[in-house]
Write a protein that binds this ligand. Structure first.
Ligand code: O7E
Length: 211
């Protein structure tokens, strides 16, 4: 199955709610993070939950285990069903997010390699592969891997087996959904939907890649 996940990085609660309503029939989950939460407050999660879609908290948690656990507790007490953390912080910090997610019946995804051009400065040379190993060891639910580098995401797939891959970078960052859809479990799309003249139609277009 390939889901469409809307990255709702708008800067007002009003825009967020309006775009969520228009796109809801064509998407499978909503991801929100710092842009929207810093602008509208974490309560926006409760309002968005009216659409009945899973909500993923993208705070890319990267802290010591205790702080990561506190952040994850806050996230799950606000109705999110998933959390995203960084992997480079190490096993104990990733485990804190995974365990807190699972205690709440939620999921934890670990950033394994990012989609922007500068990601190769750090994640290449074996780091992404090591993080993929950590994902398996910590029983995390899946990884974040780039739609902008399908060959890398395919390689990471061989390391994580059937765990889920959520993949950002299509549309505005140049990734081609047709090249990535069959490799991953979810395509994350932001600007190509929320900046479109008609976000509902844009989301409907991407929904062609749903399986
Ligand atoms: O480029 P857009 O507008 O389609 O937005 C992409 C979204 O995915 C945006 O929220 C960005 O922060 C996020 N993202 C990446 O673009 N690249 C990454 O490598 C990782 C993420 C991300 O969401 O990480 C956690 C899922």
């Amino acid at each position: 199955m390939t889901d469409i996940i809307l990255a709702l990085d708008v800067s007002t609660g009003k825009d967020a709610l309006s775009i969520a309503k228009k796109t809801a029939p064509f998407i499978d989950a909503i991801k929100i993070g710092y842009p929207l939460v810093l602008a509208a407050g974490l309560e926006i999660a409760n309002q968005l939950s009216d659409e009945g879609l899973p909500l993923i908290a993208d705070f890319k948690v990267a802290d010591i285990p205790n702080t990561s656990r506190l952040i994850a507790e806050e996230v799950f007490s606000h109705g999110f069903s998933g959390i995203i953390c960084h992997g480079f912080v190490g096993r104990d910090s990733v485990l804190a997010c995974v365990e807190t997610a699972h205690d709440h019946g939620g999921e934890c995804y670990v950033v394994t390699e990012m989609s922007h051009p500068g990601a190769v400065d750090f994640f290449h040379g074996g780091i992404a592969e090591r993080i993929a190993g950590l994902v398996c060891e910590t029983n995390a639910d899946g990884i974040i891997a780039p739609a902008t580098r399908p060959e890398r995401t395919s390689l990471l797939r061989t390391l994580i087996g059937t765990k889920k891959i959520l993949s950002p970078g299509v549309g505005a960052q140049g990734g081609d959904p047709a090249a990535i859809a069959s490799i991953v479990d979810g395509i994350i799309v932001g600007r190509a939907i929320y900046e479109a003249k008609d976000p509902g139609s844009a989301a409907e277009e991407y929904s062609r890649f749903r399986t």
